[in-house]
Ligand binder design. Structure first.
Ligand code: E4P
Length: 216
C-alpha cells in the first residue's frame, strides 16, 4: 500500500520523506491556509521535496474554471501534480476533459460508493473517500472503502483509492486489510504508526544492559 502525507507543511513533508516511506502528498485549501504561505510558493516547494503524486485542489465550481486552474497547476510539475476536483457534475466534466489531456485527477469529498463509481467512469486517476468525516456523523467510514474496493475489482477500474480524512492508526490498518491502494495520513498519525510502547521499553532495556557489558 502506498502512503501519502495529508499536509502542506514542508517541514512535516521533508521529515516524513526522510523516513523512506513517502509515496505522495495531498493538500487542500484548509491545509495550505494553516501554513500561512502563498499557495503557489508552497506547492512548488512540496514538488521539489517529493517525487510522487501531489494533490492540489481547485476552487472553481464550473468545469471550465476547474480545467483552467488544473492546467496552471500542472505546469509546476506535469508528472506529479494531481488536480483535486470536488465530486459534482461539473467536477465529473472536468475529470473527463483532464483525463483526455493526461492531467492526473483526484476526485475529492467522496462519501458514497456511487460517487466513486461515477468518478472512475469519468476517468479519475484517484478517488478520495473521506472516512473520518463519515465517522464524525456516525456512519462507518471504512464501509464505503470496502464497497469501492469491491466495485473497482468487479469491473477492473484502474482508478486508485486514497483513504482520506484519516483520524487514527486503525484507519490505516483497515485500509491495508481491505486492499485500498493508498492512505493519506496526517503527520501526527504517521508518528503514532511508528511508535509502540514495547519498542520504547525494549530500547531502554537493551541500552541499560549494554552498560553492564564489561568494556576493555
Ligand atoms: C484528503 O485529501 C483531505 O485533504 C483530508 O484527508 C481531509 O481530512 P479532514 O477530514 O481531516 O479535513
Amino acid at each position: 500500500m502506498k502512503i501519502f502525507i495529508d499536509s502542506a507543511d514542508v517541514n512535516e513533508i521533508r521529515e516524513v520523506a526522510s523516513w523512506g516511506i513517502l509515496d505522495g502528498v495531498t493538500t487542500n485549501p484548509t491545509l495550505v491556509a494553516k501554513t500561512g504561505r502563498e499557495m503557489k510558493e508552497c506547492i512548488t516547494e512540496i514538488a521539489q521535496i517529493v517525487d510522487g503524486p501531489i494533490s492540489v485542489e481547485v476552487i472553481s465550481t464550473e468545469h471550465q474554471g476547474m480545467v483552467r486552474e488544473a492546467e496552471e497547476w500542472a505546469r509546476i510539475n506535469p508528472k506529479n501534480i494531481t488536480i483535486k476536483i470536488p465530486m459534482t457534475t461539473e467536477g465529473l466534466k472536468a475529470v473527463k476533459i483532464l483525463s483526455e489531456k493526461n492531467i492526473k485527477t483526484n476526485v475529492t469529498l467522496i462519501f458514497s460508493p456511487n460517487q466513486a463509481l461515477l468518478a472512475a467512469k469519468a476517468g479519475a486517476t484517484f478517488v478520495s473517500p473521506f472516512v473520518g468525516r463519515l465517522d464524525d456523523i456516525s456512519h462507518f467510514g471504512m464501509e464505503i472503502v470496502s464497497d469501492i474496493v469491491q466495485i473497482y475489482r468487479n469491473y477492473g477500474f484502474l482508478t486508485e483509492i486514497i483513504v482520506a480524512s484519516v483520524r487514527n492508526p486503525l484507519h490505516v490498518v483497515e485500509a491495508a486489510r481491505m486492499g485500498a491502494d493508498i492512505a493519506t495520513v496526517p503527520y501526527a498519525v504517521l508518528k503514532q504508526m511508528v511508535s509502540h510502547p514495547l519498542t520504547d521499553i525494549g530500547i531502554k532495556k537493551f541500552f541499560e544492559d549494554y552498560q553492564k557489558i564489561p568494556k576493555k
